[in-house]
Design a protein around this ligand. Structure first.
Ligand code: ADP
Length: 430
């Protein structure tokens, strides 16, 4: 007979309940084991998910990195997590991006935002700058907080953008070149046609022994040869400056007397024109280092424009202001002026104004762009003030510190021969 026939009622009750208890515990154990397996599997899956993510993921708490995936290690040039042991989260943020990062961090901590997306520059372990888009969220757990950040590397995006910008620049440069050559060809066409027609007429008159008539065309040919020479000089200088092949050659000189001499030479050259040129200066001497041939170029161009767009019986004022460190050159006329809407593009290459007059046709729009390039090369500035119907003023400001005395000896402006030639060329289209 079995023993439990001899058990008391109390003992029997205890045995039954302990059986149920152990069954319950066994069941709970099984459930715990199952849950543990599930947690382990999901941990593995999450780890795999994080590790295989192409984006860098990191979890940090306050300043310490608690977890980072493979992509984060790669992004920051680390071999494994040990490389981050003595690093704080902020150590990886570029100083420029610290204010943005701090403000996003504070927004998460204060609960102002639960998720935020910002663009940052990170610093890799070897000092490289990485542009990233960072999405972050915060988790609070048992009085602790954890920030989970996912960083998308934008370096490739920026690289593509740079390549795109370079491509666009190359296309624009090509377009500019094509337009440049088209414009140049057009500008060369007119004087060549004039010379060709004049030569044909000369030929015709010579064959019929009308030598006086034939000779009349010499001036036309000479004038148009000079126009061609001016155009070619301007194109050559423009391309040399563009390609950085033009270097100023400053020499010690009295810049005031140099400019006065150039102005006087123009005055006698245009005697036949009904325009007066008035020169004024606030100092008699200013010894300075200057490239006089470039200054001559600027003056001839601006003064010839002032005459070309001046009026019968009008004036051109050439004023110099010595400001110690700078020389200000102002060339003012009381001519036709420039419409307000043309002023912003005045110094653009090939810009020609639309004037309500048929007398001005010889404009190719290279002169002012060349002057601007020369002034820029001399580290100066140029601007124009103009009112249509009243006149224009071109102001050139050049850095030109006054040299202490002329005890070192200065060069007298020695360009008279060249200047005559330059005048012939520069004023060929008047
Ligand atoms: P160009 O020497 O062939 O005339 P510029 O580049 O020197 O070419 O000038 C460009 C345009 O600027 C001209 O077509 C003209 O409309 C305008 N311009 C330049 N200087 C003056 C001026 N002093 N008064 C009025 N218009 C001017």
């Amino acid at each position: 007979m079995s023993n439990h026939f001899h058990l008391s009622k109390k003992e029997l009750l205890f045995k039954e309940s302990s059986d149920i208890m152990s069954k319950f515990l066994m069941l709970k154990n099984l459930q715990v084991e199952k849950l543990e397996t599930e947690i382990c599997t999901s941990n593995k899956l999450y780890k795999q998910l994080f590790d295989f993510s192409p984006d860098a993921i990191l979890m940090f708490n306050n300043e310490n990195i608690l977890y980072s995936n493979q992509a984060f290690l790669k992004l920051l040039g680390a071999e494994d997590n040990k490389d981050f042991l003595d690093k704080k989260t902020w150590d990886f943020i570029h100083p420029h991006s610290i204010p943005t990062a701090k403000s996003a961090y504070n927004d998460l901590l204060s609960g102002k935002e639960t998720v935020n997306i910002i663009e940052l520059k990170l610093l890799s372990l070897d000092g490289q700058v990485k542009h990233v888009r960072v999405s972050s969220s915060i988790v609070f757990c048992e009085e602790q907080f954890y920030i989970l950040s996912c960083c998308h590397d934008l370096s490739n995006y920026y690289k593509q953008e740079r390549i795109k910008a370079q491509l666009e620049k190359t296309v624009a440069d090509e377009k500019f070149k094509v337009e440049f050559f088209a414009n140049i060809s057009h500008e060369l066409q007119t004087p060549i046609n004039v010379i060709y027609s004049a030569v044909q007429l000369q030929n015709m008159y010579t064959l019929s022994n009308q030598y006086d008539e034939a000779l009349m065309y010499n001036d036309v040919i000479k004038q148009n040869c000079l126009r061609l020479q001016k155009l070619l000089n301007d194109i050559l200088d423009t391309t040399k400056i563009d390609a950085n092949h033009f270097k100023p050659n400053p020499e010690l000189c009295n810049i005031i007397s140099t400019i006065e001499y150039i102005t006087e030479s123009i005055t006698s050259y245009i005697k036949s024109k009904d325009i007066s040129i008035i020169f004024d200066t606030n100092v008699e001497y200013k010894y300075a280092m200057a490239d006089t041939s470039l200054i001559e170029r600027i003056l001839l161009n601006l003064i010839s424009n002032a005459i070309k767009y001046g009026k019968q019986g009008g004036h051109v004022w050439v004023n110099l202001y010595d400001e110690g460190e700078h020389l200000i050159i102002s060339i003012k006329d009381d001519g036709i002026g420039i419409p307000k809407n043309e002023l912003p593009k005045l110094f653009n290459r090939f810009h020609r104004g639309k004037h309500n007059t048929d007398t001005i046709t010889n404009s190719n729009g290279i002169g002012l762009s060349l002057v601007k390039s020369i002034v820029k090369m001399l580290a100066g500035t140029i601007f124009c003030l103009s009112t249509e119907g009243i006149g224009s003023e071109f102001v050139v400001i050049l850095p030109m510190p006054t040299h202490d005395g002329d005890e070192l000896g200065h060069l007298e402006y020695a360009a008279s021969l060249d200047l005559n030639n330059s005048l012939n060329i520069e004023f060929s289209d008047l």
